[in-house]
Design a protein around this ligand. Sequence first.
Ligand SMILES: *Cc1c(COP(=O)(O)O)cnc(C)c1O
Length: 356
Amino acid sequence: MCEEIKVTLTDCPKQKPDEDHLVFGHTFTDHMFEMDWDKENGWHDARIVPFAPITLSPACNCFHYGQETFEGMKAYRCEDGSIRLFRPEENFKRMNNSNDRLSMPQLDVDFCLKALKKLIEIDADWVPHKKDTSLYIRPFMIGTEPSLGAHTSNQYKFLIILSPVGAYYATGLSPVKIYVEHDYVRAVRGGTGFAKCGGNYAASMKAQDIAEAEGFSQVLWLDGVERKYVEEVGAMNVFFVIGGEVVTPALQGSILPGITRKSVIELLRSWGVKVTERRVAAEELVEAYKEGRFTEMFGSGTAAVISPVGLLRYGDTDMVLSDGKIGELSQKLYDALTGIQWGRAEDPFGWSVKVL
Ligand SMILES: *Cc1c(COP(=O)(O)O)cnc(C)c1O
């Protein structure tokens, strides 16, 4: 594992974007982190360089066979002037699980965290200041062996790029519309559902496009085998409030183990709220709704933190949740998580990690 990180600073820093009009993932900071892997040398040439296009052979494995994994996390500018990350080692550990599934090499979690902190220090002025803005962090890894042989790549690149982002909901937390997808599936047990990889997204774009064209923000995926149990939505895990109890689909290999999901479960339990991880049939939600017991639903993920669901459609049943407004628990969780992330609240779990 390489220990030294070579730094080359840009000689033409870019104009920072207007913090009132940040579009998710559209602008990037002045620098990026990059390192390479091959069989003889392992990870080497760790470097921070000016953000720029990378040159790759058109024969690279990632273009043809999709060996690609990624992560998504954020850096927050806090009220005390510090810049902080939220449970960042969890992201690099998860990336190693994804890498293992895609037969890609492991990363040194501590070294990645060190590289990320150094990169953020260099681009610290890019962490936006306005309330609810943050610096989105995208680590990713690609197979770069220039060979069309359909086998595991013998060369890889790992990069981290940074993008200042605005509040997910421009007008504040607001409920979304979702339907249960019955034609397409995202993942099956034994496949790559638990890995954060581009291939899972490629498989889900078509259903997402149809949902958007019909005025829905996302689809709720069913399990790929029985098409009976709900799994997760787009890039978020899901929670249901049924009879006052919080229920979320159990991680069984086809669901992405979200760090926000894990934090929500830990927070709820610390508040004495009962949380159960189990299989949840779509039919069960309809029945519970008809009995007035299914009262609230929300998604959890780094980008939106908590996303209240105002309407869930299954077949021809429309379930209106929390009167189509923000549910009580959704709001409480959103406030608690963002409080810890932006340093506005106590951090009893030690989730917040200082960069600067
Ligand atoms: C990243 C992701 C999530 C959310 O994970 P967090 O760690 O909470 O951001 C959920 N589902 C999918 C498919 C994802 O890619």
